[in-house]
Design a protein around this ligand. Structure first.
Ligand code: ADP
Ligand code: DP6
Ligand code: CO
Length: 366
């Protein structure tokens, strides 16, 4: 009979949590390679609450690379997606699955096309680091599909070229993105400071003040800041290097008052450099500011943090949503009670919902 050879599809699904920076990355020294102007530190969140799930597939019947995000087709033409695809294809290995009749030689990957479907279980482009979970998951799932030999740190340097914050989502627990010194970016990658079991009494509460897409993307916002802010260089060169050392120490010692002071002041300074940008960038809105005030007043938080009594830290990313880190479950319950009283969801406070989760690990859905 002859006819068409049997067509096959090979598929991998992975799930990757987002991460929230407690010492922020804001500003690039190289836009194409995505090299930052300072180190940053983050906490990887619970994958049950904020994560990306991505399925990548390859088949000889696909005639072009295509991608769907949250059910809608998006273009893969952007330089960042192309950088990630190029870097991964260059490291692809042979893949063989006798049962399914699949035999791919490493050189075949240059000509085979991919279909990618990704879904975020939390608001996209709203300042909850969707680009971090999204690009980390893309790189991780493609690396599995193409049988890469690289470890998570090497994969983080590829994810970094998709979105800077994504490099930190390759690990669970507490993670540092080392800015690196090399012009080619080879030493700009993520390392795990402490795994997900370390300091696991912390509870994270996210107030989704708005799930709407923000007006200024992180990419263009930080570009404008680097071009126009007089404060950003002082932040990157003088302030952050000291905070990184102090934050690493606070994490190792589980020193909550220091952790909270550093996280809150760094978030405040990040929003201050946004205001120092011309034209200014306003990521926080009235509700965010009122929450911020409330947190500081009611929870003996960041403004009186000389005492040992600090119970909650907050940080706001490039969006209006408050990320609160409670010292333990008891504090989290109390905090939530007060938040629900003062900021009930879906009322005139303009607050959508709360998301609560433990700090947790990267899941390999393989
Ligand atoms: P956020 O604060 O949510 O990270 P950004 O402005 O940094 O916002 O990035 C949002 C962009 O990240 C989206 O417009 C999209 O291009 C990309 N992105 C988000 N989620 C995914 C995903 N799951 N897969 C691929 N790209 C994604
Ligand atoms: C405020 O990683 O989203 O969340 O590298 O241009 O994709 P690109 O930007 P992105 O910026 C994140 C900024 C931040 C702080 C942080 O995550 O460290
Ligand atoms: Co982002």
């Amino acid at each position: 009979m002859g006819g068409e050879p049997a067509k096959w599809v090979s598929m991998v699904t992975a799930r990757t949590p987002t991460n929230i920076a407690v010492i922020k990355y804001w500003g690039k020294r190289d836009e194409t390679l995505i090299l930052p102007i300072n180190d940053s530190i983050s906490v990887t969140l619970d994958p049950n609450h904020l994560c990306t799930t991505t399925t990548v597939s390859v088949s000889p019947s696909f005639d072009q690379d295509r991608m769907w995000l949250n059910g809608k087709e998006i273009s893969l033409q952007g330089g960042r997606f192309q950088s990630c695809l190029r870097e991964i294809r260059a490291r692809a290995q042979d893949v063989e699955d006798e049962k399914k009749g699949i035999k791919i030689k490493k050189e075949d990957w240059q000509n085979l096309h991919l279909h990618i479907a990704s879904y975020n279980n939390f608001p996209t482009a709203a300042g909850l680091a969707s680009s971090a979970a999204g690009l980390a998951c893309l790189v991780f799932s493609l690396a599995k599909l193409m049988n890469l030999k690289e470890d998570n740190s090497q994969l983080s340097a590829i994810a970094r070229q998709g979105s800077g914050s994504a490099c930190r989502s390759l690990y669970g627990g507490f993670v540092k993105w080392i800015m690196g010194k090399e012009d080619n970016g080879s030493d700009s990658l993520a390392v795990q400071l402490a795994d997900e079991k370390h300091w696991d009494e912390l509870v994270i509460i996210i107030a989704v003040v708005s799930a709407r897409q923000k007006e200024t993307s992180s990419t263009s916002g930080m570009r404008d800041t680097v071009e126009t802010s007089a404060l950003i260089q002082h932040r990157a060169k003088e302030v952050v290097p000291k905070r990184i050392i102090q934050m690493e120490d606070a994490i190792q010692k589980r020193d909550f008052p220091s952790f909270a002071r550093l996280a809150c002041t760094d978030s405040n300074q990040f929003h201050a450099v946004c205001l120092d940008t011309y034209p200014p960038i306003f990521y926080m809105n009235d509700t965010s500011h009122r929450q911020d005030n409330q947190l500081c007043r009611e929870m003996e938080s960041c403004r009186r943090n000389t005492s040992d009594n600090v119970q909650v830290a907050y940080t706001f990313d490039a969006g209006p949503n408050a990320v609160m880190i409670a010292r333990n479950r008891k504090t989290a319950a109390l905090l939530l009670q007060r938040l629900l009283y003062n900021f009930p969801p879906q009322s005139d406070t303009d607050l959508d919902s709360y998301i609560i989760g433990d700090k947790s690990i990267l899941q390999d859905a393989g």
